[in-house]
Design a protein around this ligand. Structure first.
Ligand SMILES: [Zn+2]
Length: 136
């Protein structure tokens, strides 16, 4: 896995990610057996707006956790205090169709494949219903 950008690409300095997200990308990489490049993670609300992201984008800080008080319970991390982190990742590989197909089988809360822009958006933001879409 190659990670090109964790931090917001404007000058705000926002750089905090949901800790399960990169291990899940690694797991996906293992499943598809192709190297994955992470293109985008954190976006502040201003940068998200400039990039045309949705107003509930998982790239923006939303997920409230604290690493200091995180505890493992039944093999899941439980968080007790509040901090804003990014929980979405835009990534690409040599076969994004396969990446999309396999990501849908995992516990992502949203998977969007952009064939023309050549990347897949993976989202861990908690939602009532996971979404799976192809956007031309
Ligand atoms: Zn920013």
């Amino acid at each position: 896995m190659r990670v090109n950008n964790i931090h917001c690409r404007c000058t705000c300095g926002f750089r905090a990610i949901q800790p399960e997200i990169l291990p899940m990308v690694l797991e996906l990489e293992w499943v598809i057996k192709l190297p994955i490049t992470v293109m985008t993670m954190c976006r502040c609300p201003t940068h998200n707006l400039n990039e045309g992201g949705s107003n509930d984008s998982g790239h923006m800080g939303y997920y409230e956790i604290s690493m200091n008080t995180a505890k493992w319970t039944n093999h899941k991390l439980k968080y007790q205090e509040k901090m804003v982190v990014c929980a979405a990742v835009d990534c690409t590989c040599r076969n994004n169709k396969k990446l999309f197909k396999e990501a849908k089988k995992m516990e992502w809360n949203g998977v969007i494949w952009y064939p023309k822009k050549n990347f897949v958006h993976l989202d861990l933001k908690p939602r009532k219903n996971p979404f799976y879409r192809i956007i031309e």
